[in-house]
Ligand binder design. Structure first.
Ligand code: NOJ
Length: 786
């Protein structure tokens, strides 16, 4: 176990140049790498501790246990307990939290039972999965991450908090900060992708948005970083499956976004379903106690995932419910979501001494802290007039549209004759609009749509009709997502033939194929959609493929034959307007991939920040099959390229950008100095290196570029990835404009978890790239001496 945890600082590595003018200024706390110091939580203030102490002193054993208990009241999103009688439980102090409530009235009613009828008047905490919006549904989290714009994520989360809190919800089970390197896993859509640095920036943004400036403001909600930890590493991409992650990788890759969420003040954590290194994550003392409590000193709640405590039995580490409750609780899970086991067994466990009074008090203290921090004791009820039952406000819709536009990733845009396919000319005479997702409002909301309402959605068909007029559109649904008839395919082909351009809106069946329990072994276009695409493309008309998916799909034919492809994820309520503005050039695509896009399923898991191996294939153009021993005995496939279809960070624009060589403020840095910086408090720490590069818009269209900074360390005690993201900036560039982009880097940009699992800077050779994605750019070299 590591013993040394160094105080580092959080650096404003990408402070300048964020675009979204309507978005508030960025907070001074920025993304940082995980560095193992205690998190900066605002939960355990002296005033709150005093109140908690006073309350704890009055509580009976049963009342304490009640605080640890949580049930879902409404629409289940997992196997239920079959129990009810929650009003009675609230009135007698037997439950601490309820979630999945249907209305603010229900919330107030249950709160009334808890506050007016129970002996100590302790309020309930109401939770819900508010993941990418409450009613104003924004793009799914993978889409939001593709904006590379933490400010817009923060703003979207603020809107979500305002709407959710008006419905009585004061706790969201978000952000999901699981790193995912395997697109077969349906839940890849719920997170920020494969990179810990970007994931940390997004984690912080969500927390800032949800929790606002003050957690006790009536429109703030407590965040919950989930699923702790390693859940995204599910073997073979199958949901709930086993994970095996070394402590080194846990610290380098999977823990940092959790650290970031909690260091930003995040109030809670959800323990995951998966087995981690043969110990279920919901009963894992190393991650839950050693790391979370002893190293990070996290004072907030650890909630279990839905029945994850009961699942210790099928995991095989408990043969009965009592043992499961004991193992989860003593490992560090404070609250039992839905398993009903703390309710049934905790009294016995305490009376028999298997759980001590001190342990119980500590868990109750964490829950009460959050309730006090939320101001629930002073204001337990929600003002029912706050909830908006009318149209969504214009500002929220504007934000949803901007977020969607910034999330779109242009994957391909070929020249046809003398111009690129996109943007389309606004006087295009006839457009064929084809595909099951062109007019499917429900699917635009994506997985975990909160209280998203299809009636609030403007579909592509509606927006396109508004733009061009119905007489310029030939619409053919082309079948359903999962099935189509020959006649529907023929009708689509005929529509394409009779038009000047064909737009195909294709993708996944959100409800079944993305999000929880949505793993896929065949991540391609389901049903007959690929056939539809091929037949429409065969008409020879220009084709624009719009992909509505929760993950990259393996579509080699499409990328070889379709001239223009735009990844749209699930764009939310403003899908149609955002897509139409992008298609016609009123908005320019600026999203970038936050997951590597494979060309073959056999390449999965594939991620950019991989190790080099001892026999790297490098960037060589390898032949298939290999032609000699030098080509054969390297880390490669004999039947496929190593390179992905599209690398992490990739995305095209309607303009072109060029990058100057990066410049650095020093050629040598000393490990000793950097380690001294690493130990400093954030307030005293300074940037240790400034990297600059000129970035130019060489085309004719104003556009945002996402400028990315990567590093590689060599000569270290452990193998380092071939590249690691350490900075990014979204920069607005007018046609012909050049901007000098500056990255001030802190010592943590060069730190790693070394061979003893200590966080440190080592003497090494360093390469730094400032580049448009993870595969390109010119490196500058630098040495870190003793
Ligand atoms: C199970 C999911 O894994 C989790 O993400 C969600 O927050 C809970 N159910 C509550 O609905």
């Amino acid at each position: 176990m590591p013993t040394k945890f160094l105080r580092s600082f959080v650096l404003c590595a990408f402070a300048a140049c964020f675009i979204a003018t309507s978005i508030s200024a960025q907070s001074s706390k920025q993304a940082s790498d995980f560095h193992g110091a205690p998190v900066r939580s605002g939960l355990a203030t002296p005033a709150i501790e005093k109140k908690v102490d006073a309350l704890l002193r009055q509580m009976t054993l049963e009342e304490k246990i009640g605080q640890l208990v949580q049930y879902s009241v409404g629409s289940p999103t997992g196997p239920g307990t079959g129990r009810g009688g929650y009003a009675e439980m609230a009135a007698t102090g037997q439950v601490g939290s309820l979630y999945n409530l249907e209305s603010v009235k229900d919330a107030n009613q249950f709160q009334h039972d808890a506050v007016e009828k129970s002996r100590l008047h302790i309020p309930l905490l109401f939770g819900l999965d508010v993941i990418h919006g409450y009613r104003t549904t924004f793009p799914v989290p993978l889409g939001l991450a593709s904006t590379w714009n933490p400010q817009i994520v923060e703003a979207a989360s603020r809107v979500a908090a305002q709407e959710a809190s008006a419905a009585g919800v004061r706790w969201t089970f978000s952000p999901m900060v699981d790193i995912a390197r395997d697109l077969r896993w349906g839940r890849i859509v719920e997170g920020a992708g494969e990179d810990p640095f970007l994931g940390s920036a997004m984690a912080r943004a969500y927390v800032r948005g949800y929790q606002g400036k003050r957690l006790d403001a009536p429109d703030s909600i407590a965040a919950c970083a989930k699923h702790y930890v390693g859940y995204g590493a599910a073997e073979a991409g199958r949901d709930y499956n086993t994970t095996e992650i070394s402590e080194h990788n846990l610290r380098e890759v999977y823990l940092p976004p959790f650290y970031a969420a909690l260091d930003e003040g995040g109030a809670s954590v959800m323990s995951a379903f998966n087995s981690l290194n043969s110990v279920p994550a919901s009963a894992n003392p190393f991650t839950l106690t050693e790391v979370l409590r002893n190293e990070w000193k996290f004072p907030g709640i650890v909630d279990s995932d839905w029945t994850s405590i009961a699942e210790l039995i099928p995991h095989g580490i408990a043969n009965d419910g009592k043992t499961a409750a004991w193992k989860a609780f003593t490992a560090g899970v404070d609250m039992d979501m839905e398993a009903n086991l703390y309710h049934e067994h905790m009294l016995d466990l305490v009376k028999s001494g298997k759980v001590t009074q001190a342990q119980l008090d500590e868990a109750v203290r964490r829950i009460l802290r959050v309730k006090f921090a939320l101001g629930l004791f002073d204001k337990p009820y929600t003002d029912e007039s706050r909830e908006n039952h009318g149209a969504l406000p214009a500002e929220s819709l504007q934000l949803a549209r901007t977020a969607a536009e910034q999330s779109f990733v242009l994957l391909k845009n070929d020249f046809l004759a003398s111009r690129r396919v996109l943007p389309l000319a606004s006087d295009v005479p006839t457009v064929a609009l084809i595909g099951p997702l062109a007019d499917d409002a429900g699917s635009m909301l994506g997985a975990w749509a909160g209280r998203g309402n299809p009636q609030d959605v403007v579909t592509l068909k509606t927006a396109l009709t508004q733009k061009l007029g119905a007489e310029h559109i030939k619409y053919a649904q082309g079948g359903e997502i999962l099935a189509a008839s020959d006649a529907q395919i023929e009708e689509s082909v005929a529509a394409a033939r009779a038009s000047d351009v064909a737009i195909l809106a294709l993708g996944e069946f959100t409800q079944e194929m993305t999000g929880e329990a949505g793993s896929r072994a065949h991540p391609t276009l389901p049903g007959r959609q690929e056939e539809l695409l091929e037949k429409v493309t065969a008409t020879g008309k220009p084709v624009v493929l719009l992909l509505f998916t929760g993950r990259p799909l393996v579509l080699p034919w499409a990328f070889a034959h379709v001239p223009a492809v735009l990844e749209l994820w699930s764009p939310g309520v403003q899908a149609g307007p955002a897509i139409v503005r992008t298609l016609f050039g009123e908005a320019t695509p600026s999203g970038r991939l936050t997951v590597t896009w494979p060309r073959a399923v056999g390449q999965i898991p594939i991620y950019y920040n991989a190790l080099n191996t001892g026999r790297p294939a490098g960037n060589r153009d390898l032949t298939h099959p290999p032609k000699d021993a030098a080509e054969k005995y390297v880390s490669r496939y004999v039947d496929e390229l190593n390179a992905p279809q599209f690398p992490f960070g990739y995305g095209l624009s309607y303009t072109d950008f060029s990058y100057g060589a990066p410049e650095i403020s020093a050629k040598k840095l000393s490990a000793k100095t950097l380690n001294a910086e690493l130990r400093k408090n954030s307030a005293d720490a300074k940037p240790v290196l400034t990297v600059t590069a000129n970035v130019s818009n060489t085309g004719k269209t104003a556009a945002d570029e996402v400028v990315q900074l990567y590093v590689r360390l060599q000569g270290t005690s452990v193998e380092e990835p071939v590249r690691k993201l350490k900075g990014f900036q979204r920069v607005a560039l007018a046609p012909g404009e050049t901007k000098k982009v500056t990255f001030p880097l802190g010592a943590d940009s060069f730190a790693l978890w070394d061979i003893r699992n200590e966080y440190t800077v080592e003497p090494s050779l360093l390469h730094i790239w400032v580049s448009p994605d993870s595969s390109r750019g010119e490196a500058v070299e630098l040495e870190i001496t003793d």
